[in-house]
Design a protein around this ligand. Structure first.
Ligand code: NAD
Ligand code: DAU
Length: 372
C-alpha cells in the first residue's frame, strides 16, 4: 500500500509515520509537509533513512506538487494531518487557518479524485480505483463546548467556536461534500487532545514541562477548570490506521481516551512527576536550566493564573463507542502511565526541544505570555 501522509513532520503525523513503519512491512509512505514552525525534519530524521519513506517539502494547497506526487506514486491512501493546529494562534491570525485547513483540504481532495477516478456509473457519479481512501484527521473541537455532563457523539451538531475549530469544521464539511457529491471514499476521524513525544511546546503539556525545567512560571488560563479528554498519541495512530483499513466509507469516527482532566490537575501532576523524577534519578537534574538547590522550587508556586483564552471552550469529552463497536479499537495507555512516559521522553530529548524552539519560538512566547 502507498500512503500519502500530509503534515508528517508534525506531532501526530510523525508519530503516525513511525507507527506505520513499525506495524506494516510492505508499504511506501510519501510525507508531504511544508515545514512550518510546527514541522521539523529532525522529528523523522531516523525514519528518513528507511527506504520505504520519501519526504517531499511542499504545501498541501499547491496543485502542482500534489499532482506531481500522484503522478509519481500510485497513492492508495491519503491521510491529511497537515493543518494549522493551535487555537491561540488562530485567535491572533485566523486567515492562514482558513487557507491551510480548508483550501488545502479541498486541493488534496480534488487531485485525489482526479487520479483515483476510473470512469462514471450509470447515474453519472465517478467510480474509483479499488481500495483507495481519503482520511481527514479532524478534532472534537468541531462539536463546540460541553457543560458538566454529556459526551460528543458522531451525531452531536457541529458548533465550532474558535477560528481554528471553524476552519476544521469547514474542512470536514468539504470532505463530506466530496463523499456525497462525487461518492469519493472518505472517512473523517475526530479526536480529543493528544499527548506524547514530539508535541510542540506551544501546547499545554510540553509547554509546562519546558517551563518547569527552566524554572519559569506556568501560565494557566482562567481558573484552570477547563476540561480536556487526553489520549496518548500512539493510541490515536492505531485508531487512524484501523479506520483507514476497516472503516465504513463515508463514516465519521470519534476517537477519545475516556480520560477527562482539568487543566490545573494536569499542571499539578506534571510538577509533582518532574519533582519525583529529579529526586529518584539525579542524572535527570542536568537538564534543569535553573540552579538546582534543594529542588523545593519545583512546586505549585510556579503556577500563575493568566487572562483566559478568548472564547475558551469549557469541556471536551468524547464518546468513542462507535469505533469500539465497529472496529474493536479502544485506548490502551492509561493516563498515569502515558504522562510518565511523556515526561521521561522530554527529559531525555532536550536536544529535540532546543531544535524546535530555536526559531521564532521565543518571539511567540513573549508575545503570548510576556517575559515571565
Ligand atoms: P502540528 O501543528 O504539530 O503539525 C502540523 C504539521 O502540518 C506540521 O508538520 C506543519 O509543517 C504541517 N503543515 C502545516 N501547514 C501545511 C501546509 N500548508 N502544507 C503542508 N504541510 C503543512 O499538528 P498536530 O498536533 O500534529 O495535529 C495534526 C492534525 O491533527 C491536525 O489536522 C489537527 O487539527 C488534528 N488534531 C490534533 C489534535 C491534537 O491534540 N494535537 C487533536 C485532534 C486533532
Ligand atoms: O481537542 C483537540 C484539540 O486539542 C486539537 O484539535 C488542537 O489541534 C490541539 O491544539 C488541542 O487544542 P487545545 O486548545 O485543547 O490544546 P492546548 O494544549 O492549546 O490547551 C489545552 C488546554 O490548556 C486549554 O484548555 C487551554 C489551556 N492552556 C493552554 C496553554 C497553551 C493553558 O491553560 N495555558 C497554556 O499556556
Amino acid at each position: 500500500m502507498v500512503y500519502l501522509v500530509t503534515g508528517g513532520a508534525g506531532f501526530i503525523g510523525a508519530n503516525f509515520v513511525k507507527y506505520l513503519l513499525k506495524k506494516h512491512n510492505d508499504i511506501k509512505i510519501i510525507v508531504l509537509d511544508n515545514l512550518t514552525y510546527a514541522g521539523n525534519l529532525g522529528t523523522i530524521k531516523e525514519d528518513l533513512e528507511d527506504p520505504r519513506l520519501i519526504f517531499v517539502k511542499g504545501d498541501i494547497k499547491d496543485p502542482e506538487i500534489v499532482n506531481d506526487i500522484f503522478e509519481r506514486y500510485p497513492i492508495d491512501y491519503v491521510v491529511n494531518f497537515a493543518a494549522e493546529s493551535h487555537v491561540d494562534r488562530s485567535i491572533e491570525n485566523p486567515q492562514i487557518f482558513l487557507e491551510t485547513n480548508i483550501l488545502g483540504t479541498q486541493n488534496l481532495l480534488d487531485i485525489a479524485k482526479k487520479h483515483w477516478s476510473t470512469g462514471k456509473d450509470d447515474k453519472g457519479y465517478p467510480t474509483y480505483k479499488e481500495g483507495v481512501k481519503y482520511l481527514q484527521v479532524s478534532t472534537d473541537e468541531v462539536y463546540g463546548s460541553l457543560g458538566e455532563t454529556g459526551y460528543f457523539t458522531e451525531e452531536t451538531p457541529l458548533d465550532p467556536r474558535s477560528p481554528y475549530s471553524a476552519s476544521k469544521t469547514g474542512a470536514d464539511l468539504i470532505v463530506k461534500a466530496y463523499g456525497e457529491t462525487y461518492k469519493m471514499p472518505v472517512n473523517i476521524t475526530r479526536c480529543s487532545n493528544n499527548y506524547g513525544p514530539y508535541h510542540f511546546p506551544e501546547k499545554l503539556i510540553p509547554l509546562i514541562i519546558k517551563n518547569i525545567l527552566e524554572g519559569k512560571q506556568l501560565p494557566v488560563y482562567g481558573d484552570g477548570s477547563n476540561v480536556r479528554d487526553w489520549l496518548y498519541v500512539e493510541d490515536h495512530c492505531k485508531a487512524i490506521d484501523m479506520v483507514l483499513l476497516k472503516g465504513r466509507k463515508g463514516e465519521v469516527y470519534n476517537i477519545g481516551g475516556h480520560n477527562e482532566k482539568k487543566n490545573i490537575d494536569i499542571v499539578k501532576l506534571t510538577i509533582s512527576t518532574i519533582s519525583r523524577f529529579m529526586k529518584e534519578k539525579p542524572e535527570y537534574r542536568k537538564v534543569l536550566k535553573k540552579e538546582e538547590g534543594d529542588l523545593s522550587w519545583i512546586c505549585d508556586e510556579l503556577i500563575t493564573y493568566v487572562s483566559d483564552r478568548l472564547g475558551h471552550d469549557q469541556r471536551y469529552a468524547i464518546d468513542p463507542s462507535k469505533i469500539t463497536r465497529e472496529l474493536g479499537w479502544s485506548p490502551e495507555t492509561k493516563f498515569e502511565d502515558g504522562i510518565v512516559k511523556t515526561i521521561r521522553w522530554y527529559l531525555e530529548n532536550q536536544d529535540w526541544v532546543e531544535e524546535v524552539t530555536s526559531g521564532d519560538y521565543q518571539k511567540y512566547y513573549e508575545k503570548m505570555y510576556g517575559s515571565r
